[in-house]
Every structure is written in C-alpha cells, then in structure tokens.
Design a protein around this ligand. Structure first.
Ligand code: ADP
Ligand code: MG
Length: 271
C-alpha cells in the first residue's frame, strides 16, 4: 500500500448524524481500517450503546468488559479500555457495552458532564496508544453522549445517505454543532461530509448528491460510497470490507475516502 501523509497533530473526528442508518458506524470502521492499513495508528471510540462498531471491529464487548462506559464515569483510562482489533494492525477500539445505555441519564448529574470524554482523551491519557487518528462513532441522537463526542473533537464528519429526506434533520445537527462551538469547544468544525449508500441506478441519488454538494461545497468528499452488499456483509464475518473483499467497490471507495481525508488534513496544516 502506498503511504498516506501522517498528520502532524492528532486528528480527533466525531462521526455524527442523529439519523440512524445513514452509515455512521460503517464509515467509522472502514475509514479507520483504511488509515490503519496505510500504517496510521487509529483509535475508534464506540459511543453507541448498540455496540455496532465494536462488533464490526471484532472486539470483546459483552457486559462487564472494560468499555467506554467505565471511561466516562472515570473508573478506568482510555488505554485500559482499548483493545487491538483483530481486523487490522494499527487499529484499536474502545468498545461500548450495554452498560452505556444508562449513561445518557447518569451523565446528567455528573461534574463536567459535557467534557468527560475530552478529559479521558487528554494527550497524557492517549500517550500509551499514541494514535494519529481518533474516530468517535456517535449514537443516533443529539444527547449528552454526542455532545461529549463534539467537545472531545476538532472535526465533525457527517455521513449523509443518498436517499429521500437526506437533508431533513440536518439543520438540527448543524445548530447543535454551532452551540457546542459557541459554548463548549471553539475548535470544533465540520471538516468532512461523506455521501453514503449511493445507488447509481437511481436518479434520486444524483439529485441528492448535487443538492448536498450545492449546500456544503468542498466539505463534501469527492469520493462517494456506493451501496454494496459486501459492505453490509463484512461485519458478520468479523471483518471490515477492506479485508473481506479488498477489490470490491466498497473497499476501494473507503480507501479513496480515507486518502482524501488524510491529504486534506495535511494541506490544512500546511496552509
Ligand atoms: P448508522 O451507524 O448511521 O446507524 P450503519 O453504518 O449501521 O448506520 O448502516 C446502517 C445499515 O446500512 C447497516 O445495516 C449497514 O450494513 C448498511 N450499510 C451501510 N453502508 C452501506 C453501503 N455502502 N452499502 C450497503 N449497505 C450499507
Ligand atoms: Mg451506528
């Protein structure tokens, strides 16, 4: 594999969209795997009680497993919860267990409830792993878990499904990002929009694509992720699509998208 530029500073990207089923988890694990395959150390934080990212990365996440829940309540460090994913070298995952389901409510009464993940991801805490990239896979809501993810990151990556109502609800997400920027994390910005589940056979997919590009301009990656059965099958085999079917369009598109992300990051730092 050809090398991708290593960021000069660690990039923490929150993958958010309060709509379920738009490709947050799929994009998180496959982008992370693509960067990892290119030798960039990547850490995925599973912040969805469903634990889909943990499943996709084939890490242990039965109830009782040291997880992001214990990290958020301050019991253990991020390094203590992180596991190496068997799917790829250089890829780590902090799993989510069902224990996270209650966290949204438990967090409400906690000190510094919005910045607990940020504290857990401090440079000192991350020293042991020393990742180049951190991806935070958000649940399909705009609650305290997603707020924690936005406070902990510099970048938001928004996956948008090429479908009817693609832009519906997006203004709510944008408003929330703005609020976090204003009150909690001035460094936060939307760096990346990724179009997912593109079906070239439908006119609709092209309409959505141009509508999103018209709205968000260059923030939208040139690479579009096609709808592909290989992408959806891979997690069932404890693999990402990159190893499940390396030559598939899904695999190639996630590699291309990861390359765009890495190259852009390098450009921004040079500017
Ligand atoms: P979210 O995390 O936003 O809820 P997921 O990543 O879990 O969304 O994706 C929702 C469903 O769509 C999953 O069943 C997943 O396997 C499937 N899916 C995601 N991306 C693709 C794709 N490019 N092609 C086919 N199926 C996909
Ligand atoms: Mg998900």
């Amino acid at each position: 594999e050809s090398a991708l530029p290593r960021p000069t500073h660690r990039r923490v990207m929150t993958v958010a969209n309060q709509k379920g089923g738009v490709g947050k988890t799929t994009s998180t694990v496959n982008l992370a795997a693509a960067l990892a395959i290119h030798g960039l150390k990547t850490l995925v934080i599973d912040l969805d009680p469903q634990g889909n990212a943990s499943t996709a990365l084939a890490v242990e996440h039965r109830s009782g497993t040291p997880s992001v829940y214990e990290v958020l309540i301050g019991e253990i460090s991020i390094a203590e919860a992180a596991q190496v994913s068997p799917t790829s070298p250089n890829l780590y995952c902090v799993p989510a267990t069902i224990d996270l389901a209650g966290a949204e409510i438990e967090l409400v009464s906690m000190v510094a409830r919005e910045s607990r993940l940020k504290e857990a991801l401090s440079p000192e805490a991350l020293d042991a792993i020393n990742p180049d990239y951190v991806f935070i896979d958000c649940p399909p809501s705009l609650g305290l878990l997603t707020v924690n993810a936005m406070v902990a990151a510099q970048e938001v990556l928004i996956p948008i499904q090429c479908e009817y109502y693609a832009l519906e609800g997006l203004s709510q997400l944008l408003r929330n990002i703005e609020l976090v920027q204003q009150h909690l994390n001035p460094d936060l910005g939307i760096s990346t929009i990724l179009l997912t589940m593109y079906d070239g056979r439908t006119k609709l997919a092209d309409q959505v694509t141009s509508e999103v590009r018209g709205h968000f301009g260059d923030t939208v990656l040139k690479t579009v992720i096609p709808r592909s059965v290989k992408v959806s099958e891979a997690p069932g085999f404890g693999q990402t699509v990159l190893t499940y079917d390396p030559g598939s369009r899904g695999s190639m598109s996630y590699l291309d998208a990861a390359k765009e992300i890495a190259v852009r990051g390098a450009k921004e730092e040079g500017a």
